[in-house]
Design a protein around this ligand. Sequence first.
Ligand SMILES: [Zn+2]
Length: 167
Amino acid sequence: MRKRHQNPRLAKIHRSYTVDEVADLYRVAKNTVRHWIKQGLPTCDSKRPMLVLGNELNNFHEKRRIKNKRPCLLDEIYCVRCRTPKKPAAGMVEYQAITPTSGNLVAICPDCETLIYRCISKINIPRIPYPIHILLPQPHLHIVESLKPSVNSDFRTEAKPHVKIQS
Ligand SMILES: [Zn+2]
């Protein structure tokens, strides 16, 4: 199952919940709740059935949310779908130049197979620990322009885009 963030304000802070009720509240499996408990979600051990305080539930999810917000390492690209930094699938990365000095690293998320992007300065490319396939800036710009509806009058001169792009 995909890991997702839970609302850190969902539980009522003065209530206590059984494992069943927690599962219902967050619409997750009971096993997921047990997993949270193993990962440090506090319970009231003296009571049966096991109870979890709403306040503790909220704290637990808030802490997780912050923990998952870590920045990408050099060999990672953030996946918006998994909401966490990922290493590119098969170590394959493309660099698409946007400007002469910067562009996007493009790869595929190994878990959900979504395209993942990361903005990078061209100067930092040698620091990325993967072989990178570099796409040339001009054909890329040309493709983007021709896909866009020409709202901006500057982009209407598609017949001679290479003249326009070169600065
Ligand atoms: Zn993903």
